[in-house]
Structures are given as C-alpha cells and as structure tokens.
Design a protein around this ligand. Structure first.
Ligand code: ADP
Ligand code: MG
Length: 324
C-alpha cells in the first residue's frame, strides 16, 4: 500500500507539521467559547506510528478534526505532507485518510459499495479502485455484500479504516480506534495498523490508553487541557519512569511527614499511611526505610510499586497544571 502522491517540493521533515495551532469554539451561552487548543506545535515524522495521548477533553479530536477539514482552526498553521491546509487544501486533503472517533455509515450500503462510493468522492478512476484489495487487507472480503448495519462493531471499525485508505493517502489518522473495543478486537486493530505502517503509511493515532500508545507507537506526544506537555520517542518517555514508590503504613498518626534528600516526593495518603517516591538509580528501598525509621517512625507495613507511563503522565500533567 505505497503512496502514489508525491510530497510537495517544499516538504519539511515531517509528514504533518503543526505550528501555533489555536482553536476556540464559538460560545454557546454567555462568556467565551471553549479554548480547546492553546497554541500547539509539533511535527509528525514520516514513516512511523505517532501517538497523541491525552485524557478525555484534552483536545485530541479537535486537532484531528482540523486535520480532516471538519473543524475550522482559529489560528496557527498546519501542513500535511508539505501541503498547507489553507493554501493547498485539495492536496492536503488527498494526502491524509481519517478514521473518525464516531462510527457513521449508511446502513443500507454494503462494504464493497461503501468503498466504491468513497473512491468516487475522491475522484479515483474506476479501474484504479482497489476496493477488493482493501476489503482483503482489513479481513472483510467475506462481508463484501453484507449490509453495513449487519456488521459487528469491530467490522465497522475495520471498514472505516479501509474507507480512509481508498485514495491511498501517505498518512493515516485514527481517532481513538480502540475506545470501547474488546481485547481481542483491539489486538486485531493493532495488528492491522502495524501492517499498514510496515507497508509505508505514516500512522497517527489518538488514545487515552497509555499502554496502547506504549506498545504501538514509536513516538508519543501528550496533550492536556489544549497544551502539548511532552513529545518524545516512546523509549525516552518510558525511561522517565525511573521512579519507584514505597507505600508505607506507620504505627501511629504522623504529626509531620518524614523527609530525606533521597525522596523525590512524599505524599500523605492517610493518618498513618504515606507514599514515598524515589529514583531507583539514586537510592534504594533500604536507604529510604532507614531514613523513615531514623526519624522516629515505626513501620508496620510496606509495599512497593514501579512507576509506569501512567505515573509519568500524572507527574507531567500535574507539573503543567502547577506551571499554568
Ligand atoms: P478529546 O478528543 O481529547 O477528548 P475534544 O477535542 O473532543 O477532546 O474536546 C476538547 C474540548 O473542547 C472539550 O472541553 C470539549 O468539551 C470542547 N469541545 C469539543 N467540541 C466542541 C464543540 N463542537 N463546541 C464546543 N466545545 C467543544
Ligand atoms: Mg476525542
């Protein structure tokens, strides 16, 4: 599934390049409309799987819908495959395939017809259409002539992916492809996305599942409250999870929290319980426990947990919050 579209002569390093993107929705009642994107800038490198990660309401769909030409940006610029979405709308649109968050189909068309109609909309000549190939690629050949309304949720998602690829775009964007999808189907979708990527398609996906982004993406950007708070190779981001956490229960109520230079953080979680975060490269559990005991606390229970991407995410988002 290589792409026939040539990049624009001025193509920058990225498959997508976003600068200072701002979106303010129109006000609904009194007051100002929601500022969903507050000046976001990043590049999606060509050839990889890029994850845009963020909690619900962060602004992911707003950004994707701007790429899709379905939401008007307030300001900033977006290049897709080197084509500016304002100045070269037609080429920008041809360079991207979007799988929206919501599933919408005319229930009376068959998968084959859905793809043929989409091909027609994009002006793909009949002899160049690849509807059969695409159905095979998303494992729906046997549903070729079934009504869309009879397909399972998973089949509909796969059909949406095929539909997004009808015009052979070099960039495929999936908005929350696995939200509300069961484990088996999620695995199938991951496989399908990886397959498309191996065949040369640059993939962008949004998700609020850290684990998903961690397993699938080679680069992850994190968006929170309309701001980009991280953008790193997945390896590096996971490397930030060097912290370990000791969960302690003490024998009496704490008048004050213990402290020690080896603590990255010490949080009270109850009258007698606390969580101490430390950097496992710079300290160890023995040292931390002795420090607590040396300050007059007797420990009645202790467990540990590893920091994971979730903790990195929480720590990044709380920093961003504190800075805002
Ligand atoms: P995400 O996809 O990350 O969950 P969205 O981009 O859907 O986030 O939403 C970002 C923010 O913009 C949310 O606060 C949401 O309520 C608001 N929003 C989204 N769409 C609209 C709209 N059409 N009109 C007004 N506000 C909107
Ligand atoms: Mg969304």
């Amino acid at each position: 599934m290589t792409s026939p579209s040539q990049p624009a002569p001025s193509q920058p390093a990225g498959a997508i390049s976003i600068r200072g993107l701002v979106k303010r929705y129109a006000p609904t009642g009194d007051g100002e409309g929601k500022l969903a994107l507050k000046g976001v800038s990043f590049d999606v490198p060509e050839g990889g799987i890029f994850g845009l990660l963020g909690p619900n309401g962060a602004g992911k769909s707003t950004l994707i819908n701007i790429l899709a030409g379905m939401v008007m940006k307030t300001s900033g610029s977006v290049d897709i495959w080197g084509f500016d979405i304002d100045r070269d709308q037609r080429n920008a649109k041809r360079s991207i395939g979007i799988v929206p968050q919501e599933i919408v189909f005319d229930p009376f068309f068959t998968p084959f017809e859905v793809l043929e109609i989409q091909g027609g909309l994009y002006g793909v000549a009949k002899h160049l259409r690849r509807s059969e190939d695409l159905l095979r690629a998303v494992h729906l050949s046997d549903k070729r002539n079934a009504y869309a309304r009879t397909l399972s949720g998973g089949m509909k998602r796969r059909l949406l992916i095929a539909k997004a690829l009808v015009h052979q775009p070099p960039v495929l964007v999936l908005d929350e492809p696995t939200a509300g999808v069961d484990v088996e189907l999620r695995r199938q979708l991951w496989e399908l996305v990886s397959e498309m990527n191996r065949e040369g398609v640059t993939v962008v996906l949004t998700t609020h599942y850290l684990e998903e982004a961690e397993q699938l993406c080679d680069r992850i950007a994190i968006i929170n409250h309309g701001e980009l708070i991280a953008n790193k190779p997945t390896r590096e981001l996971v490397g930030m999870a060097r912290e370990k956490i000791l969960v302690l229960t003490l024998d009496r109520d704490m008048a004050q929290l213990p402290s020690h230079p080896g603590f990255v953080k010490c949080d009270r979680t109850g009258e007698r319980s606390l969580e101490i975060t430390y950097d496992k490269d710079r300290s160890n559990a023995g040292e931390i426990l002795s420090a607590v005991q040396a300050q007059g606390f007797a420990i009645v229970d202790v467990t540990t947990r590893e920091a994971d991407l979730e903790d990195v995410f929480v720590s990044l988002t709380s920093q961003a919050h504190a800075a805002a």
